[in-house]
Design a protein around this ligand. Structure first.
Ligand SMILES: Cc1ncc(COP(=O)(O)O)c(C=O)c1O
Length: 428
């Protein structure tokens, strides 16, 4: 193995090793992979940083398994913000934990809900069941960053772990100030290195904090291996390894050079009348309603000029920068926005707010729903049916109806808003 024998088909095959002598084994990592993880561990200042070649998705499954294993409870409760990526929902189904949701406030976008230390404190003290862990997504899909340090003070006072989906914020460790979840007090977090660092798609980290329960560090590798392929990509491992040097030597200077250009870009958008949302440095989220258009129309306009954004819905358009984004690319994008503002501006158009999502009634656990036979129905016929698998558009892969929940009128209005036409439901 591998069958390509190092000959070029795609071109990358000569680098695509397998567990040959000297190449180490990710699920044991006592050789060069172990050394490379040790470098990442030192860079992120964690108890251990584990490599994932299967994205944050694998790291999320692993950290939730660790929380379940150490809870000492048969069906532990996880307090989670509702803007969770579907990886969290799959974990809920397969690990069979109970979810206590922190829901969006009035007019908040499904992708971006503000969770404060006060919200977490209130939820923990008012829950009649013991909460085993708190699970938050920060930065969120629209670029809002949660005050994790205040929330970590609350979870520490309650003696429970804080788990963070930091898929979008690997780089936050290397900015000034350091805003990485582990620095701010999280017990464990995932980072999709591939989203914001020069790492091949699939490359991610699972970070365990120095003050995490001992069992987290002892069991993480075994748990991760139990969900992962026994053939991790050495291309991705090599890419994660190279990223260590980039983070140690190159990232900060490139980031410092990018920031004035991205500020200039933001200023140009503001001068054109666009409002911006969020405070994550590498995400630029444009509120298309501010010029009376939609995120989708803006996105189509950019695409017709050779620019692909990360995500667009009726209201917002999200762009992701990285330290590999050039000043020329930002200047060119600003020019296209200038044209877009001329062509798409509409006076007095109504705001494109999504309907607010209230807690849907639950008829089954996520596990019961996911293990039931399913069928796909048009949303017009979905009222009162039980959601089977998380119904989401990808991106952002944030479910409107979670497996086991009953689909209400309001959920149907949200499906319509996000352009979802069919939904998987439990077979009647
Ligand atoms: C917030 C969030 N969490 C988790 C994931 C999963 O990350 P990955 O694709 O690295 O598995 C994504 C992917 O888009 C995401 O946006």
């Amino acid at each position: 193995m591998p069958g390509h024998k190092g000959r070029s088909f795609l071109g990358c095959e000569p680098y695509d090793l397998t567990e040959v002598f000297g190449a180490d084994v990710l699920s044991q990592a006592t050789g060069i992979i172990g050394e490379s993880e040790a470098n990442a561990t030192a860079l992120f200042d964690t108890a251990h940083t584990f490599y994932s070649t299967e994205g944050s998705t694998l790291a999320i499954m692993t950290m939730l398994s660790l929380a379940v294993m150490t809870s000492g409870e048969k069906r532990p409760v996880i307090l989670a913000a509702r803007n969770a990526h579907k990886a969290f929902l799959y974990a809920a189904a397969w690990l069979d934990f109970e979810i206590l949701w922190l829901m969006p406030k009035e007019q908040e976008h499904l992708c971006s809900l503000t969770v404060t230390a006060n919200d977490v404190e209130k939820a923990l003290t008012s829950s009649h069941k013991r909460v085993a862990a708190v699970y938050l997504t920060s930065p969120d899909y629209l670029g809002a960053v949660t005050d994790l340090s205040a929330i970590a003070s609350v979870t520490k006072a309650h003696g429970i772990p804080l788990l963070v989906d930091n898929a979008h914020g690997a780089y936050l460790k290397f900015t000034d100030p350091d805003r990485h979840p582990i620095t701010l007090g999280a017990t464990a977090c995932c980072d999709s290195a591939h989203k914001t660092l020069p790492v091949l798609t699939g490359g991610a980290y699972l970070h365990i904090a120095k003050d995490a329960p001992r069992e987290y560090i002892e069991n993480a590798r075994m748990v991760m291996a139990s969900f992962a392929s026994t053939s991790p990509s050495y291309l991705i491992l090599g890419s994660l390894d190279l990223a260590n040097r980039y983070l140690a030597e190159t990232f900060f200077d490139k980031f410092s050079a990018l920031m004035p250009n991205s500020d200039k870009f933001r200023q140009r958008l503001l001068a054109l009348g666009f409002s911006l949302y969020g405070d994550e440095p590498l995400k630029i989220t444009v509120d298309a309603a501010s010029i009376g258009t939609t995120g989708e129309a803006l996105s189509a306009f950019l695409r017709s000029h050779g620019i692909e954004c990360e995500f667009a819905d009726r209201r917002y358009l999200v762009m992701m920068l990285s330290t590999e984004t050039t000043a020329e690319e930002l200047t060119r994008t600003a020019e296209v926005f200038t044209e877009a503002a001329l062509k798409l501006r509409r006076e007095g158009a109504s705001e494109q707010n999504p309907p607010t999502l209230a807690l849907l009634p639950s008829a089954m656990t996520p596990r019961q729903a996911m293990l039931s036979p399913s069928e796909t129905v048009p949303i017009a016929e979905a009222l009162g049916r039980i959601a089977h698998s998380p119904t989401v558009s990808c991106p952002p892969a944030i479910p409107i109806a979670v497996s086991g929940e009953v689909i209400t009128e309001q959920a149907i209005r949200l499906f319509e808003y996000y352009g979802i036409t069919t939904v998987a439901v439990v077979k009647a």
